[in-house]
Design a protein around this ligand. Structure first.
Ligand SMILES: N=c1c2ncn([C@@H]3O[C@H](COP(=O)(O)OP(=O)(O)OP(=O)(O)O)[C@@H](O)[C@H]3O)c2ncn1[C@@H]1O[C@H](COP(=O)(O)O)[C@@H](O)[C@H]1O
Length: 104
């Protein structure tokens, strides 16, 4: 499934019956619960990356991306919003951006 299709499914679940879908159920529990689930899944992905279990990392990365999109949807942030930000950054390398930051 593409990220676009996954994001569209998640958006559609915002108005779905919580008993009919995991996504709708999670969204009904609020942005804080969605954020907590994202954090848990991200940590699981980190653990698999450190262990070096490639197949497990793919699974946890998929869970993490799904829960990231659900967390953002809970705060009305869309995949298009994220892509617009990534496009804005495309013109500048990460090293140049870091060098341009005010010294703190
Ligand atoms: N990618 C996913 C996806 N990844 C993970 N999960 C679900 O996320 C849940 C996480 O499980 P956990 O054991 O961590 O959660 P839990 O312990 O039950 O929850 P708590 O105890 O923390 O409350 C599981 O139910 C997984 O099935 C997902 N659920 C849905 N999707 C996608 O979303 C689409 C819509 O799903 P529904 O909304 O369920 O129709 C699906 O077709 C998929 O493409």
């Amino acid at each position: 499934m593409s990220l676009q299709n996954l994001a569209a499914t998640i958006l559609a679940r915002k108005s779905a019956d919580p008993d009919s879908s995991w996504t709708a159920k999670l969204l009904s529990r609020g942005p804080e619960k969605c954020a907590q689930k994202f954090g848990e899944e991200a940590v699981e992905a980190i653990v698999e990356a450190v262990k070096g279990d490639r197949d497990a990392l793919i699974g946890e990365a998929a869970d993490t991306i799904y829960h990231l999109l659900v967390m953002c949807a809970a705060r009305d942030v869309t995949l298009a919003d994220i892509e617009a930000e990534l496009s804005r950054r495309e013109a500048q390398s990460g090293l140049a951006e870091k060098a341009a930051r005010p010294k703190g």
